[in-house]
Design a protein. Structure first.
Length: 92
């Protein structure tokens, strides 16, 4: 199992567009084979976090090649002012 924590800071002028687009990303990502968890949270400071859990590296790779993931990345590229990604794997 692979777990990702993606932290995003969004330019304030694009918050509404971001929230609409990320909702589509989350909804479609949850339906993908191998998606164990795909959640969005927002802090009081306006920082967003996406928590992802994938059954395998292959499932994560497939996700990163879906039309909805690519489209979101292209749209959000100018909205995101800071991005951090933390990755972990389950150890036996």
């Amino acid at each position: 199992m692979i777990t990702l924590l993606v932290g995003l800071t969004i330019d304030r002028q694009y918050i509404e567009q971001f929230e609409q687009a990320v909702k589509v990303l989350v909804d479609k990502s949850r339906q993908e084979p191998g998606a164990l968890r795909y959640e969005l949270a927002r802090t009081d400071t306006g920082r967003y976090y996406i928590v992802e859990q994938w059954a395998s590296q292959q499932a994560l790779d497939a996700h990163e090649n879906t039309a909805h993931f690519i489209a979101f990345g292209e749209m959000a590229a100018t909205w995101i002012t800071h991005r951090e990604v933390f990755e972990g794997t389950e150890k036996p």
